[in-house]
Write a protein that binds this ligand. Structure first.
Ligand code: 3PO
Length: 155
């Protein structure tokens, strides 16, 4: 299916006090080509494999296909992934009618925190909390697949 998402930097920790959940995510990539990324993820107690396609010109929408797999399968697939496993905490932060997903990265990407909001329509309006920084939608270097190869501490 096609997912519509906008991505922002996060400029303070204030989202933490209003977060409804916090989950650890470990993920790697079998392919980091932005036109066909293949991601293996362990999120909490669940495993997933996800294929993402090329984004539209504005970077707001992208084909995304995902299947749940066992954690054991995910662990085995993670061993086949390219170098650069990502480790992050994801906070779900309800704001108005939407839920921001705020990712706080570790290891080589320590210091980077980004927020994503999924929309139903390109022109849908949404609230922007004070902790939200500049928009980075469509900036390829902020794709997780790229962060795994060229992490934040090398920028
Ligand atoms: O959880 P998602 O689908 O937002 O995916 P990601 O791997 O956290 O991020 P991106 O697709 O922006 O690299």
């Amino acid at each position: 299916m096609i997912e519509i998402e906008r991505k922002f930097l996060v400029k303070s920790d204030d989202y933490k006090s209003v977060a409804s959940s916090k989950t650890r995510i470990v993920q790697g990539f079998l392919n980091t080509d932005p036109n066909r990324t293949v991601r293996v993820r362990i999120k909490g107690e669940l495993g997933f494999i996800t294929v993402k396609g090329k984004s539209n010109t504005s970077g707001t929408s992208r084909f995304e296909w995902e299947k749940e797999i066992s954690v054991e399968d995910a662990e085995n697939l993670l061993k086949l992934c390219e170098k650069g496993i990502l480790d992050k905490y994801r906070y779900e932060v309800p704001i108005g009618n939407h839920v921001y997903e705020v990712d706080e990265f570790y290891d080589e990407n320590e210091g980077l925190t980004v927020a994503e909001i999924e929309l139903n329509h390109e022109n849908e309006s949404f609230d922007k909390p004070a902790w939200l920084g500049i928009e980075v939608t469509g900036e390829v270097k902020y794709y997780n697949s790229q962060l795994s190869k060229t992490p934040f501490n090398l920028w």
